[in-house]
Write a protein that binds this ligand. Structure first.
Ligand SMILES: Nc1nc2c(ncn2[C@@H]2O[C@H](COP(=O)(O)OP(=O)(O)OP(=O)(O)O)[C@@H](O)[C@H]2O)c(=O)[nH]1
Ligand SMILES: [Mg+2]
Length: 374
């Protein structure tokens, strides 16, 4: 299964301004010659590959991109001003196809690569160009050319930054739904999720990362128990794993919180062993513990269970106590994940030099999105 992020946009370049016919009219200069200037060029629309952008989600909200028209020429030899271009920043790896013909137009494969999506129309010619020895008072001028218009499909194969891992019913899909734009199926029975699904988590207008919800994993998956473990390949290239643990499982007696903590540690170990059976390399991947369903417990139960769990796992890594359902404790996790993903990302590209600099005012603003909303 491939994860494809997709958006369909329309780009309308600006029309060129019309050229005009005008004549010089000055006192004491009768029959002044032609002085109509050319129209300005219409704005073009470009796409630029930018490695700081990792999803096409913005383009699902801002679908129509329209550049301004060039200004009309004027008398006294004045030319119309050209309209500014629009630069759309897209993730490296975006494939741009013509929506109607299906033809692939561009493959943005390297950072800084710039392509023309729709060319602005040229301005028309003013009458000062039509002066000749036989026609000293030309009245011709030409209109501006229409800008190009296209409907485009943008596609990006996405790799998840963050992968989920956990027993069936732990609340993985609930976590993804609470954090991202994805709406996976959620139900109170095991193996609700049958296929991996990606969600984009947005933490600031220009910051996001991608989270992969996967089916529940159980002991014996390597031998085919449950849904097996082939789906684990979808988290092989993630930067961090969130190991989701249900802190209030129904099959555990709730009176002895320490015993529950220990039992949870035991099944967590079994799950990690299962992970290693699929791919030993996955054991070296950073893993954060997510203790979910905290809303079902009193403060004291939360403390006792999580301490017992940490102790028997000898856990020294990051750990978060939260409720995916009520979102208590969720935003802290998402901001920490964003910082972690960003840090890894900049470590990857630290040596490279940027190919181009962008002028911020030439980039169309995108609508901002809060986490957890469509
Ligand atoms: N009280 C409470 N219930 C939760 C919480 N998170 C998930 N649940 C419930 O737990 C059940 C399972 O949630 P899912 O998100 O489907 O669990 P999953 O880990 O994706 O399960 P599989 O896809 O089957 O592996 C659902 O009934 C959820 O409503 C939580 O924080 N608090
Ligand atoms: Mg699920």
């Amino acid at each position: 299964m491939k994860f494809i992020d997709e958006a369909i946009i329309e780009v309308h370049a600006g029309k060129g301004g019309n050229g005009v016919a005008a004549f010089r009219r000055e006192k004491f200069i009768p029959k002044g010659g032609p002085s109509g200037g050319d129209g300005g060029r219409g704005g073009s629309i470009y796409a630029v590959a930018d490695r700081n952008i990792n999803t096409l989600i913005d383009f699902r909200y801002a679908r129509l991109h329209r550049a301004k028209n060039g200004e009309q020429g004027q008398g006294s030899d004045r030319y119309g001003a050209g309209a500014p271009d629009i630069v759309l920043r897209m993730p490296v790896g975006t494939i741009i196809t013509d929506f109607d013909s299906g033809e692939t137009l561009f493959d943005l494969s390297r950072h800084g690569q710039q392509v023309v999506l729709a060319k602005g129309g040229d301005g028309g010619l003013g009458n000062l160009h039509f002066k000749s020895s036989v026609n000293r008072a030309p009245r011709q001028c030409t209109p501006g050319i229409e800008g190009e218009q296209r409907k485009l499909r943008l596609e990006l194969k996405v790799l998840a930054d963050v992968g989920l891992l956990g027993l069936p019913n732990a609340g993985k899909s609930t976590l993804v739904a609470a954090s991202s734009n994805a709406r996976p199926k959620i139900a109170d029975y095991p193996f609700t999720t049958l296929h991996p699904q990606l969600g984009v988590v947005r933490t600031a207008p220009n910051k996001s990362f991608v989270m992969a919800d996967i089916p529940g994993l159980i002991e014996g998956a390597a031998e085919g128990a449950g849904l097996g473990h082939q789906f684990l390949r979808h988290i092989q290239r993630t930067r961090v794993l969130l190991h989701v643990i249900d802190l209030a499982p129904i099959d555990q007696p709730s009176e002895d919180d320490e015993a529950v903590g220990k039992a949870l540690a035991k099944s967590a170990k079994a799950l990690v062993a299962e992970l290693g059976r699929f791919d030993k390399g996955l054991l070296d991947k950073p893993r954060w513990l997510i203790l979910n369903k905290a809303d079902m417990l009193t403060d004291e139960q939360r403390q006792t269970r999580s301490k017992a769990l940490q102790k028997s796992l000898r856990w020294k890594g990051p750990i978060y106590l939260l409720s995916a359902m009520t979102r208590e404790g969720l935003s802290g996790l998402l901001f920490d994940l964003q910082a972690f993903v960003d840090a890894q990302h900049s470590a990857d590209v630290a040596d490279e030099q940027p190919d181009v600099r962008f002028e911020p005012d030439r980039v169309t603003p995108m609508p901002s999105q809060e986490p957890g909303h469509d």
